[in-house]
Design a protein around this ligand. Structure first.
Ligand code: UD1
Length: 418
């Protein structure tokens, strides 16, 4: 199994190109199931999760052509099987995103029920209840969600909790339903907006994506189209934290600055000098140690839970005491135990981590427990004294494209051990 070795690195310096967003690519790839013609999706990152989603579409009979410049041509018109099997869903929870489109387009779907995962129990009850409100017959047996509907019917769905993939599943299903669907308390994440924009380009009638109320007027069919996935805001944020922790000066390019407002505010509070244009962000620490910051995660536009682990690492070497309160997932502090092994001073009280910054972390063998936890261990490794070895980096490969190469280009001393 691959590992990463990270040695003490000086301040990161230079420019880095940001890849397409994983969390927008996955729902957009699932949305291709709705099309009556060929879809071309651009700026899709080369990631394990993307390969899993393509594998899932391929097994259903979707024809795929992938070229090396991250363009994917997808012909969903010859789909034969409406099943997302356990062996794929267990490796990627986002496989649940095929449920809504398959049901809406083909009237049936069978999707393995995702299990719990390292960051919490993560149920999908809101996906199921929303589809039931649209008239679907759904049973859960033998670990599978089995859904049927002649044609879904528009409904008003008020989500009890803001759910990103739940909103996306219902949004996709509603595009082909009869009548109007209103999703209330919808997720406002940029990736939801990107999906809606792709669906609109396919001919869907959607208003309000990006607000808490999305209104969808069902249409009888959707066409194929060409669509470019938006940049990855979490990858952007991760590189900026790496730059801040190493007291460096880095410019992220091909990104979308306004989607990172909450993160940039915290980096500024930590002492970073930030300049930004529409599609770039530059961070300069002027050689200074970061200051600890307090963070409270919540759905967009608040501070993203997917940046929480990286800021835990930042606080671990910052000046002062910072608290991090996680409100989205119940068990998202697995990285705290690993960072402690590197000398971080972190105590946990319920869903809050209290982090007292130390002058230096010390390298240790550590284990990645989930995708963003892996990122926090890597950025910690950059400033720790000695050689840090991060095990179980398959989590990292699910969500960061060419992370070693990109970090190396900024001066980081990192290498993959096979
Ligand atoms: C998505 C992102 C993930 C991010 C998360 C929160 C993708 C592929 N993944 O995950 O990177 O960390 O949003 O921003 O886009 N919940 C329920 N019932 C449901 C659905 C959700 O109780 O039916 C709860 C979850 O357990 C969690 C909260 O709602 O506590 C938010 O989860 P959700 O937004 O659904 O996360 P994902 O869409 O799985």
């Amino acid at each position: 199994m691959d590992k990463l070795q990270i040695s003490t690195s000086g301040p990161l310096k230079g420019e880095v190109n940001i890849s397409g967003a994983k969390n927008a690519s996955l729902p957009i790839l699932a949305a291709t199931l709705l099309a009556d013609g060929i879809m071309t999706i651009e700026n899709v990152p080369h990631l394990k999760d993307v390969t899993t989603m393509l594998g899932l579409l391929g097994r259903m009979g979707v024809e795929l052509t992938v070229d090396e410049s991250t363009h994917i041509d997808i012909d969903p018109t010859r789909i034969q099987r409406f099943v997302a099997p356990y062996d794929l869903v267990k490796t990627m929870r986002a496989s649940i995103l095929v449920l809504g489109p398959m049901l809406a387009r083909y009237g049936e779907a069978e999707v393995s029920l995702p299990g719990g995962c390292a960051i919490g129990s993560r149920p999908v009850n809101l996906h199921i209840e929303g589809l039931q409100r649209m008239g679907a017959q759904i049973s859960v047996e033998g670990g599978y969600i089995r859904a049927r509907a002649k044609r879904l019917k528009g409904a008003t769905i008020n989500l009890d909790i803001v759910t990103v993939t739940g909103t996306e599943n219902l949004l996709m299903a509603a595009t082909l339903a009869e009548g109007t669907t209103v999703i209330e308390n919808a997720a406002r994440e940029p990736e939801v907006v990107d999906l809606a924009n792709c669906l609109i380009a396919m001919g869907a009638k959607i208003e309000g994506a990006g607000s808490a109320t999305i209104r969808i007027q069902g249409v009888s069919s959707l066409q194929g189209c060409r669509y470019r996935v938006l940049p990855d805001r979490i990858e952007t944020g991760t590189f900026l934290v790496a730059a801040a922790m190493t007291r460096g000066h880095v410019k992220t390019k091909n990104t979308c600055a306004h989607e990172l407002d909450a993160v940039l505010l915290k980096l500024q509070e930590a002492g970073a000098d930030i300049s930004r244009g529409e599609d770039w962000i530059e961070l300069d620490m002027h050689g200074q140690r970061p200051r600890a910051v307090d963070i409270h995660t919540a759905p967009y536009p608040a501070f993203p839970t997917d940046m929480q682990a990286q800021f835990t690492a930042l606080n671990a070497v910052a000046e002062g005491v910072g608290t991090i309160t996680e409100t989205v997932f119940e068990n998202r502090f697995m990285h705290a135990q690993e960072l402690r092994r590197m000398g971080a001073d972190i105590s946990l009280e319920h869903n809050t981590a209290i982090i007292r910054g130390v002058e230096k972390l010390v390298a240790a063998p550590v284990m990645a427990t989930d995708l963003r936890a892996s990122a926090s261990l890597i950025v910690a490794g950059l400033v720790a004294e000695g050689d840090t070895v991060v095990d179980r980096i398959y989590h990292l490969d699910r969500g960061y494209e060419c992370i070693e190469e990109k970090l190396q280009a900024l001066g980081a001393r990192i290498r993959r051990i096979h």
